[in-house]
Design a protein around this ligand. Structure first.
Ligand SMILES: [Fe+2]
Length: 212
């Protein structure tokens, strides 16, 4: 996967294993350990890729307590940005209140793959309100050509993009065959829809997440 990423032009990557999603539950201490081990292996293998620790954390009621206990990892482990996955179904008021609490604690909140969430798709006003409250969205790069069309409307992706509601794209890499660490085509697509300067700014904001 690291070699695939490098061939695609990726130089830095935040690894964001699932956390609290009901199947996987990677906690900060383990992610930090694995990330350090993997970084060492990359150096030993001569692969020019920098990997930073992070997590994609499902928004669950215990999230605030777990954060206070330092069990959850922010992006890059810097204590600034949290990558959040919304539940598939949710009550808007609860999501709103919990995100408000996270934001008021000083965290920068990024919602992963909004395009896959039916509740968001059906509630454009809620999406707008989330953006107004300061939440940012991260689109999966492979959503741009429509890979997830079977359970997602491409028009929702275009709405998110043309309203400049997407702040980041990510590979959502899971393996070396089906869900690969690829971003180049995604940025090209962003550039063709919103212009190359927008795509460049988007890439630069991703580097900001790791303080580069
Ligand atoms: Fe996810």
């Amino acid at each position: 996967m690291a070699r695939i990423a490098v061939r695609d032009g990726i130089t830095h990557m935040i690894a964001t294993p699932h956390c609290l999603d009901g199947v996987h539950d990677c906690r900060a201490v383990d992610i930090l350990k694995c990330s350090a081990q993997f970084s060492l292996e990359l150096v030993n293998a001569g692969i020019p890729l920098r990997v930073y620790p992070g997590a994609e954390i499902r928004l669950v009621p215990e999230i605030l307590d777990l954060l206070a206990q330092k069990q959850l990892l922010t992006l890059g482990g810097l204590g600034k940005s949290l990558l959040i996955e919304l539940p598939e179904q949710f009550v808007e008021e609860w999501i709103w209140n919990t995100l408000c609490q996270l934001l008021s604690s000083g965290l920068h909140i990024i919602i992963a793959h909004p395009e896959r969430n039916m509740v968001l798709e059906q509630n454009p006003t809620f999406v707008k309100n989330l953006i107004r409250m300061g939440v940012e969205f991260q689109l999966t790069a492979s959503s741009l050509p429509g890979r997830f069309e079977s359970f997602m409307k491409q028009s929702f992706v275009l709405d998110l993009l043309t309203s400049k509601s997407v702040s980041y794209i990510a590979s959502d890499a899971h393996d070396a065959t089906q869900r690969k660490p690829l971003l180049h085509k995604g940025y090209k697509r962003i550039a063709s829809i919103l212009g190359s300067s927008f795509a460049e700014e988007m890439a630069a904001s991703s580097f900001d997440l790791i303080g580069k």
